[in-house]
Write a protein that binds this ligand. Structure first.
Ligand code: IPD
Length: 267
């Protein structure tokens, strides 16, 4: 079966636009908490659930035979070989607090490989897109990840998990890293962090604890901008680790993180 990745991208863009509109225009003043996941700070808003429903319906209209994995709705297998990996709001806490760095993230994958993806940040007015093999784009601008002059010159983004115990370990790792790099950033949306690697707004990003829906579209966008996006020791990016950086910086950051025990600790 041949898949037209550009067609998948257009389906993704249309679905993201619908969801983005709902999320901006429909954000209630007294934004409520629909449910909580692993801890009270992992807030899943009612809007999150509503946006995923819209995305699912928009995709189904065009591609009823595809599978679906959404942060809020679990998974559904399809028969076409294509699976959509969706985070209706990546950066839920930013959204909840009224910070603009949140995004609708939609990736289309075949056999676990992302073919097309969109990360739409409506309040930043930014739409990032990529099709495998055809580069990544911010609106009409082709993206290229930075190749900074060594680890010490690198601006490194990261994120922290929802569980306090994990955050404490992550904080210690960052404390060990911060003196070795230019500085650290914590934006609050893994998808946008990956896009920031693609644009060169940061030089690298790493995090333990992300999910497939946080990484699918943004990972492709970073890769198509020339970054390496992997886990530790040649493993693919996974919940255990996603590390994204230009090819010269990647080994230096990987080495620094491994030396800090980021690869082997039970956290
Ligand atoms: C979270 C954000 C955050 C990252 C967390 C993610 P969510 O996604 O991407 O930046 O640090 O690991 O879970 O919960 O807002 O969709």
């Amino acid at each position: 079966m041949t898949v037209d990745a550009r067609e998948l991208l257009e389906v993704a863009r249309a679905a993201a636009a619908e969801a983005g509109k709902l999320l901006v225009e429909g954000r209630p003043a007294d934004l409520g908490v629909a449910q909580t996941k692993s801890s009270p700070t992992d807030v899943v808003t009612e809007m999150d659930t509503a946006a995923e429903r819209i995305i699912r319906a928009a995709i189904r209209r065009h591609r009823p035979e595809d599978g679906f994995l959404g942060e809020e709705g679990g998974s559904e297998s399809g028969t076409s070989g294509v699976r959509w990996v969706v985070d209706p709001i990546d950066g839920t806490v930013n959204y909840l607090y009224g910070l603009p760095a949140w995004a609708v993230s939609i990736g289309a994958e075949a056999d676990g490989v992302a073919l097309a993806g969109v990360v739409l940040a409506p309040q930043l007015g930014e739409e990032y897109t990529a099709v495998r093999g055809e580069g990544s784009w911010l609106g009409g601008r082709r993206l290229r990840a930075n190749e900074p002059d060594g680890l010490a010159q690198s601006l490194v983004a990261t994120g922290f998990g929802y569980r306090a115990e994990r955050r404490e370990v992550q904080g210690r790792i960052v404390a060990g890293l911060i003196g070795q790099v230019r500085d650290i950033r914590r934006g609050g949306s893994a998808a946008l962090d990956l896009c920031s690697v693609a644009t060169g707004r940061v030089d690298a990003y790493f995090e333990r604890g992300t999910h497939a829906w946080d990484r699918s579209a943004g990972g492709l966008i970073a890769e198509e901008a020339g970054a390496r996006v992997e886990g530790f020791h040649g493993a693919p990016a996974s919940e255990a680790m996603v590390l994204a950086a230009g090819s010269a910086l990647f080994p230096a950051l990987h080495g620094a993180l491994a030396a800090l025990g980021a690869d082997d600790r039970d956290y």
